[in-house]
Design a protein around this ligand. Structure first.
Ligand code: BDP
Length: 688
């Protein structure tokens, strides 16, 4: 196996009793109704059950004993995307509240069968919590992927409208976990995607997605009217949303798109951020810019998703998004959605929740999470992000009644009774055979989608499901891998950036290797006496004042601020004693050493599974853990040395700070202004 099948492997059911029951229960598939999405459900059931049962389970016209009957019927309690699976005397019914619901029900049945759930336990009813469950690809026209670590874009733009088989598998992957919208190109958008010559190709791609219930979106460059009329008969020199010619250009473009793609989802826009053009260039607001497009998309049931990730000209970039967007609350039109990154900085391993959640009660909002591991180890470090996302979604903003609403309440529409809300994931998919660049990376893709479907699922439930679907039901594989994965996010944090400092990589680079000197003043103010960033309202930048009173008090206080965010909120002397009882500097040292130790344990834990996982995937993952160990060591040694260099404080471990190197150990220590180094087991070259 090479990982291509992800969580849809459909291998023969191993338990003979269970298999015998399944063979009696499922003999054929019947699709009631003529709709492409229902046909997809039927073909997937036939394909999956045939593999799982080791015999043909064809699609037939007649309902008889052992039929799995797929149909859709409008139903208020289910909604268009909900479903029920019911075991009748002689057959199973999968009934969707709409076609997509039926498709999701088909995948759910197949997942339960892959997990060998007894036939008596297959009855279920479910529906998604958020209406917009969306992927964001950061794929460019030349098929490079911004922050992608899994090869090139799976979309071969220049070959469209020619279609590849992989597009169908891509659509199946999305549908299998309930993703219903996808933005196929980078937010740093090339206007070329909107050029008329490109649209028939995109329409062909949209057609494939449509059969699996997925709507295609595009990222739009706000200056497209300028770029695409240049050199033509009627060039437009501005992109001002109040300019009549600009408005007409967009109107024509949107009409053109919908003629070709009747279910086009809409535009995702990154404006006035990191050099991108936008309405602020013309003295208009983000709301002005978004609404001009929203109004033209509305008659087609299209939407605009407008990103709040802006940072230009600021002292503390943590505040900038809030300061720009909070005053616009209530100004965005109904089909405009503001998409906000989970934290106020940029997908660091730990950030406080963006204060815009709870800060925009009259605006439709989506949370943007990063599935691709830009700042969390690319495809080398295992970092399972579901526990982080759970913490984000569960965060109580205290901006409403009691402690609520939580972020999950906001993005599911419960908080403010909204419909155009949901979750977007910057996806890690590329054209590598295993889709995500390393075998375990797909767990994040799966986990994001499962949380978008139901944010109440626990990390334990989600990872267990993913492991069982991906590696089968071997108990030891399940327990060892689950323990590793559930620890991996906090482990990554502990050897890269404990205490919430964040951003310790070179800011303009690949965001992979440690480079703490380069982010001095950007994410920390490190001196001989201490480190951190004073963002308090009392003495710092004022960021803590953007939260509800409850959090202002907690984050603003050195004593009450949770350790994991301490250096994000405060500048702290090395000698400060943390809630953990250790001094801050000691905590930094210990955290890095312990984290590295845990990565060694991950590698040896995986080593125990030899023979229990198919050879190719086993070896692939073992090789990734080897690389992970090397990189974790690099992080530990760089960051520990960095803080030792400033603090000149020696670890309490026998008075020596220990840095391992491949051949032995480097111990160094001393008192202020003196440094002793002792090297053991070294060759002369290593010693020098
Ligand atoms: C940062 C990335 C950059 C993206 C930007 C964004 O480093 O590549 O373009 O965010 O989200 O995380 O717009």
């Amino acid at each position: 196996e090479d990982g291509y099948d992800l969580w849809m492997r459909y291998r023969l059911v191993a338990d003979r009793d269970v298999l015998a029951h399944y063979r009696a229960a499922f003999t054929h598939v019947v699709v009631l109704g003529d709709h492409a999405v229902l046909r997809s459900a039927g073909s997937e059931l036939s394909r999956g059950l045939s593999g799982l049962l080791g015999r043909s389970v064809p699609v037939r016209d007649r309902i008889g004993d052992g039929a799995v009957v797929v149909s859709a019927k409008a139903d208020d309690t289910l909604g268009p995307e909900g479903f029920t699976i019911r075991r009748r005397a002689d057959r199973f019914d999968i009934t969707g509240g709409g076609e997509r619901g039926a498709l999701y029900g088909a995948f759910r049945l197949l997942q339960q069968v892959q997990r060998q759930r007894p036939v008596e336990q297959l009855n279920t009813t479910d529906r998604p919590a958020s209406p917009l469950r969306m992927l964001n690809h950061w794929d460019n026209l030349n098929r490079s992927i911004e922050r992608g670590y899994a090869g090139k874009s799976i979309f071969v733009w220049d070959e469209l409208p020619g279609l590849r088989e992989r597009y169908v598998d891509y659509a199946r992957v999305l549908a299998s976990v309930g993703i219903n919208h996808t933005v196929v190109n980078n937010v740093n958008a090339s206007a070329e995607f909107l050029r008329s010559e490109r649209l028939p190709g995109l329409a062909a791609l949209a057609g494939v997605l449509r059969s699996w219930g997925v709507r295609l979106w595009l990222s739009a460059n706000y200056a497209s009217p300028i770029t695409l009329t240049k050199g033509g008969p009627a060039p437009i020199a501005v992109a001002d949303p109040f300019d009549a010619r600009v408005q007409q250009w967009w109107q024509d473009k949107i009409d053109e798109i919908y003629r070709l793609i009747p279910d086009f989802g809409g535009f995702l826009v990154k404006a006035n951020s990191e050099g991108q053009p936008g309405p602020l260039d013309y003295g208009r607001t983000h709301a002005d810019g978004a609404n001009m497009l929203a109004d033209r998309l509305a008659p087609y049931d299209g939407k605009i998703v407008w990103r709040s990730f802006v940072h230009e000209g600021f002292d503390d970039w943590a505040e900038y998004q809030y300061r720009v967007f909070h005053p616009l609350d209530g100004q965005f039109h109904e089909n405009a959605v503001v998409q906000t990154k989970n934290g106020p900085i940029d997908f660091q391993v730990r950030e406080p929740v963006n204060p815009l959640f709870g800060g925009l009660p009259r605006t439709n909002q989506m949370v943007e999470l990063q599935i691709t591991q830009e700042y969390t180890g690319h495809s080398t470090h295992l970092c399972y992000l579901v526990p982080e996302w759970k913490a984000v979604l569960g965060f109580p903003t205290y901006t409403g009644s009691g402690s609520g609403p939580t972020v999950a309440d906001i993005v599911t529409g419960v908080a403010y009774d909204q419909e155009n809300v949901g979750m977007a994931g910057v996806v890690n998919i590329g054209d590598d055979r295993d889709w995500t660049g390393y075998q375990l990376g797909a767990a994040n893709t799966h986990g994001f989608a499962r949380l978008a479907w139901n944010p109440r699922l626990s990390a334990d439930e989600i990872v267990t499901e993913w492991i069982e679907l991906t590696f089968g039901l071997d108990r030891q594989v399940g327990s060892v891998l689950k323990a590793i994965m559930l620890q991996s996010w906090e482990t990554y944090e502990s050897y890269t950036s404990p205490l919430g400092m964040g951003y310790l990589t070179y800011p303009l680079g690949s965001h992979f290797a440690p480079a703490p000197t380069t982010t001095q003043n950007l994410s920390h103010h490190t001196t001989a006496a201490g480190t951190g960033f004073d963002r308090t309202a009392a003495t710092g930048t004022g960021f803590t004042g953007l939260y509800a009173a409850h959090w202002q008090e907690i984050y603003g206080s050195l004593e009450n601020c949770p350790d994991e965010l301490l250096l994000f909120m405060h500048w702290v002397p090395y000698t400060h004693v943390l809630q953990s009882g250790k001094t801050m500097i000691q905590h930094i040292y210990d955290s890095h050493f312990n984290g590295y130790q845990r990565v060694l344990e991950f590698r040896s834990g995986w080593g125990q599974l030899a023979g229990r996982v198919d050879a190719a995937r086993y070896a692939d993952i073992a090789a990734t853990f080897d690389a992970h160990v090397v990189e974790a060591e690099r992080w530990r040694d760089t960051i520990v040395s960095y803080f030792y260099g400033f603090s000149r404080t020696v670890s309490a471990r026998g008075g020596w700070l220990q840095l391992a190197y491949p051949g032995g150990q480097l111990l160094f220590g001393g008192r202020a202004n003196s440094l002793a180094v002792q090297v053991t087991n070294a060759t002369d070259a290593e010693r020098s």
